[in-house]
Each structure stands twice: as structure tokens, then as C-alpha cells.
Design a protein around this ligand. Sequence first.
Ligand SMILES: [Zn+2]
Length: 412
Amino acid sequence: MTYDLILRNGIALLGEELRAEPFGSLVVRDGVIIEVTAEQVPVDGSPERELNGAFVLPGLIDCHVHFDLAAHPAPFLHWDRAPFVRSMTCFHNGLLALRAGITSVRDLGSVDRMTLDYALQVDSGELLGPRVLAAGRPITMTGGHCADYGRIADGPDAVRLAVREQLAAGAGVVKLMATGGISSPGNPGLPQLGVSELAAGIEEAHKAGVLVAAHAHAPQGIANAIEAGVDTIEHAAFATDETYKLMLNAGVTLVPTVTALNPIADGIGIPKATVEKSLKAREIYRASTAAAIAAGVRIAAGTDAGTAFNPIGGLLDELIMYVERGMTTTEALRAATVTAGTLVRRVGDDVRVGVVAVGARADLVVCERDPREGLEVLRRPAGVVLGGRPVDLGWVEDTLTETASVLVEPPA
Ligand SMILES: [Zn+2]
């Protein structure tokens, strides 16, 4: 019997608890972990790697990215650029993710089907990159958050149609705008799509087995999305203790993206109105994330990467923000693995993601020290395994250097 890969003599952070367990062999076949054992499973020509006591944890998952954006000061202008440039951005972002140990992402909105197509290419095995569960176009009301680029829909029937369009295009998750935003004109505190509109969209997605993410910053919009039956709340910058009680009772997962505002400052090319709104929101946002952690809300890690000065690969900084706001390092790691993994499953795929366990997809990160003792060791993981295939991180690094000059220049 031959296998995809055998890892030798490491320490796995196993199961939902991420409990450390030394192993002699971790065996992968058909992209799935089939055995973790103290024994030395005999070699029969299968590729193998000696780990010399290194730690093996689940590949990290960023639950909120925009893979065809390039973290420019006015990020959404990138959606006006040529498809060729944006497809190169996806490729580049895929490598940035892998270098940071990120093996799955949820792409929560593009201007067209770019990230859906990127996801298909990666799934086919023809392109090296992390697994992507993409939303297609985000659905928003007339004049709503991201209305310049999203799929505008007003009224329950229109939202229903807009969701069906995304599902027909291959969306693995649906994104609905329930409040205004910080990075677009208007008040982020105001509700947008209403309960009946959200409920119609959510019903369509759930019929297809697809989860729904609501962009929502403030209490009324969050309450609307929960009443409509949403699965995840994105951001929640202005949520209150009352809001978090609602989320707890409904079993809704929060994706904070609290690092997204960290780099925002005057004089770095971000529009003045956005800077003002971001700086005003930042401290409130950080406190609200701390309140969510204290309340025990289920949290999955996400960064909103692709937005201004927030490049793909910054997930570790988001986890560090969670630790600074009350999580243990193990809880922060679970937010980016076990919990996040429940949000990136594809319909009809029963292979688990985000956990080191028999029967789970072999998306793995290898690091020299125990990340529970200090997350910084994950800044540059020693190894990344994608569906049982070790990633050549040297090649990734070289290719990033080669392609960077084409991609980092913002549009003129
Ligand atoms: Zn976003």
C-alpha cells in the first residue's frame, strides 16, 4: 500500500482540544489523514518527512478575505482593473496565504466571478493555492454598503433572485449586507437589508445547504440578521453586551476582523473620510471584540484581508489581537482552525477541515515550537501541507518576490 505522505516523529495538536500528542507516523492517503500512531508505519515507497519533534497543527483558516483585492489605499478601485491583473492578484494572494500557513479561506465578496473561478482552478489541482469558499458578489440594497460593486437587490424577491444567481454561479457561501460599512460612504451603524429581505436570501441559501454571512456593525442590523436566521456575523464593531447575548442564544458565529482597522492612519493615501470614520470606530471596535470574547460568543478568525494596508496573510495578527483581548493562545488557535473549519465545508463534502484527526483533510502546518506557548512561531511556519501535498515554501517565497513588482503598485 502506498500513501500520499507519511510524517515521522512529530507532536500533533490533535482533535478539537488541540491536545499535544507525540506520534511516530501521521499517514495521509487521498488527501485525508488515515492514521496518527506512535508506531513507525513501514515505508513502501511513499513520500515521507522526518519532523524531529516539530509540532503539527491544522492549517490555518481565514474566514473573511477578498482574494482579488490587493490591500491598496483605495482597495475597491482594484475591482476596476483588468481581469488579467486581478487574476494575478488571486495567484499572488494564494501564495501569501500559504506562506502564512493559511490553507483555507472564505472569500466574502468580489465584483464578479473572479474568486469563484480561482476556487475552481485550485480545486482542480491545476493551480497552487489554499482552498477557497467564495461568495461571488455580495448582496446589498440600493445605496447600501459596497453598492458600487455588489449585487443590488431591494425587496425579498429581489434578494431571493440575487442569492440564486450566486448559488448558480457556484458560490459556497452567501454574503448579505445588513448595515452600512466603515470603508464605504454612509453610516456603518444604520441597518440596511431588512429582516424580510435577509430571511428570503437566507432561506434560499439554506435550501442549497449553503451558509450565510451578514456584514453587520451595529445592534439593530445584527439583531435583524439573527432574527432572519443568519449563520455568521462579520465585524460587529459597535455590538453591545445585549447583542452578544442574542448571538449566544442563537448560536451564531462572530468573525471579528478587528485587525482590519489597525493600519489606518492619516497621510498614507486613504481617503480622509474613511480615515476619520475608521479612527473613530477603532477603539470601540477593539472593546466590542473583547466583550464578545468575555461573553463566550463563538468566534471564527477572519481579517477582511485585501482591504487597505491589510494584505492576505495577516491572520496571525488577528489572533494576537484576540489573545490581547482575553482569549488563551489555544482558544485563538481554535478560532482559526477547529471553529473556522465548520464554516469552510463545501456542500456534500463530509471530510472535516481545520482539525488534525483521522478522517480530516490533511491541511497541516508544521512549526518548530509549540504554538500554544507563543503564537509568533507561526509568523513563518516551517512547513505547510495542502491536502496531503507538502508545499515548497522556498518556491513560494521566490515566486512572491518575482511577481511582487507587477502587483503592489496601486492603479494610477
Ligand atoms: Zn469584507
